[in-house]
Write a protein that binds this ligand. Structure first.
Ligand code: NAD
Ligand code: TYD
Length: 379
């Protein structure tokens, strides 16, 4: 394996921390630089187990700061970038779209430009370089509920269920699906995806994009559905279900996403797009019932104990009805497939949040920011 200097942006966030951990542990000869602004969503406590490894370093910086990006890429002789840093929560984007445009669009552009300038100066140019941009299925817009009864029942991640699911004749997002974002979040991600592709088309810079479905698992900030609800159930707080709870999301265990990123970083073709997902669609209300049942069982509560916490609230404006990813291209061309059945993934996830209550308490109190600012400074 040749030595590489890899910049991972957003490595203190949910998915980024899993990607950093995987690369640091799996590739001791790579130098992994984690670049993160440590916004409310970034937490270095997510990486405590690897922060002392000799092939790991952290730099606090804002991807929208072009001069900083130039300096960091040059000083670290970066030859590969895995770009995850972003504002990532739809509800926040509805309240504050400008922050999303600044980080997701201008930040991605600054990173692209800084990488291009440095790579063009190196003797081998773009040879052996890669800018890998992590995007979302939300850029494709929303699908209809074509088979409400079929979708309402849980599907597992086995190959046969994928075939079964496809046989329903319902629509899926393909790599060729036309972009049609609806929220300020997905609009900003769509825009950044276009810039990434434009750098390949215009300058020949090796870039690639992947679009993944909803992730779940340890270290997710508790504003997103699954960790928020686990935390609320534990504290006996209401579970705010948007609208009728009929929207459908396609869930993938975060470590399976990190493994896909590893496979694609090493074997994906520049200029290509790969969809990542596990054919695992759930209606929100059905998923919520599984989460409640699992938390109650693990806490020793009687079955149905926390059902009373379900509270239907005003729907999210512009709430996309259904996301569903067809990831057969990735599965066929690069041999990746999800490793976990959903039931196992949810069990693992609920156990993790219940066993790591201090992590949740810290993150919800904001203490972790003060602690890390005292270590790394405010900048
Ligand atoms: P997250 O919000 O948990 O983490 C984002 C990280 O980016 C944080 O550590 C934050 O501090 C950092 N960051 C934010 N603004 C920054 C800036 N200006 N400069 C430097 N760092 C900054 O997000 P996540 O859920 O881990 O998502 C990571 C990426 O994956 C995002 O690009 C997101 O669009 C994409 N994605 C997420 C999901 C999902 O379900 N969570 C699904 C598909 C794709
Ligand atoms: P979320 O985790 O915010 O991910 P995304 O909006 O990117 O899909 O939400 C997942 C689904 O859960 C989405 O349909 C909105 C819904 N939801 C609720 O019903 N209540 C909540 O409190 C949250 C955060 C989400």
């Amino acid at each position: 394996m040749p030595k590489r200097n890899i910049l991972i942006t957003g490595g203190a966030g949910f998915i980024g921390s899993h990607v950093v951990r995987l690369f640091v542990n799996k590739y001791p000869d790579y130098r992994i630089v984690n670049l993160d602004k440590l916004t409310y969503a970034g937490n270095l406590a997510n990486l405590k187990d690897i922060e002392e490894k000799p092939n790991y370093s952290f730099v606090k910086a804002d991807i929208a700061d072009l001069d900083e990006m130039r300096r960091i890429i040059r000083d670290n002789h970066i030859d590969g970038i895995i770009h995850l840093a972003a504002e990532s929560h739809v509800d926040r984007s509805i309240k504050d779209p400008f922050t999303f445009a600044r980080t997701n669009v201008m930040g991605t552009l600054a990173l692209l430009q800084a990488a291009k300038e440095y790579w063009e100066e190196t003797p081998e140019g773009f040879e052996g370089k890669l800018f890998y941009h992590i995007s979302t299925d939300e850029v494709y817009g929303a699908l209809e509920l074509t088979d409400p009864e079929g979708i309402a029942s849980p599907f597992t991640t086995t190959a046969s269920s994928a075939e079964h699911h496809l046989a329903f004749g319902s629509e899926f997002f393909l790599e060729t699906t036309r972009y049609n974002p609806h929220s300020p979040y997905s609009a900003s991600k769509a825009s950044s995806d276009h810039f990434v592709r434009a750098y390949y088309d215009t300058y020949g810079m090796p870039t690639l994009v992947t679009n993944c479905s909803n992730n779940y698992g340890p270290y997710q900030f508790p504003e997103k559905l699954i960790p928020l609800f686990i935390n609320n159930i534990r504290h006996g707080k209401p579970l705010p279900v948007y609208g009728k709870g009929e929207n459908v999301r396609d869930w993938l265990f975060v470590e399976d996403h990190a493994r896909a990123i590893d496979t694609i970083f090493h074997h994906g073709k520049p200029a290509e797009t790969y969809n990542i997902g596990g054919f695992n669609e759930w209606k929100n209300i059905d998923l919520i019932k599984v989460v409640i049942k699992t938390v109650d069982r693990l806490l020793g509560n009687p079955e149905g104990y926390s059902d009373k916490l379900i509270t239907y609230v005003t729907d999210r404006p512009g709430h996309d009805m259904r996301y569903a990813i067809d990831s057969r291209k990735l599965q066929k061309e690069l041999g990746w497939e999800p490793s976990l059945q959903f039931e196992e993934g949810i069990e693992k996830t609920v156990r993790w949040y219940l066993d790591n209550q201090p992590w949740l308490d810290n993150i919800t109190s904001g203490d972790y920011r003060q602690y890390y600012e005292s270590m790394y400074g405010k900048r």
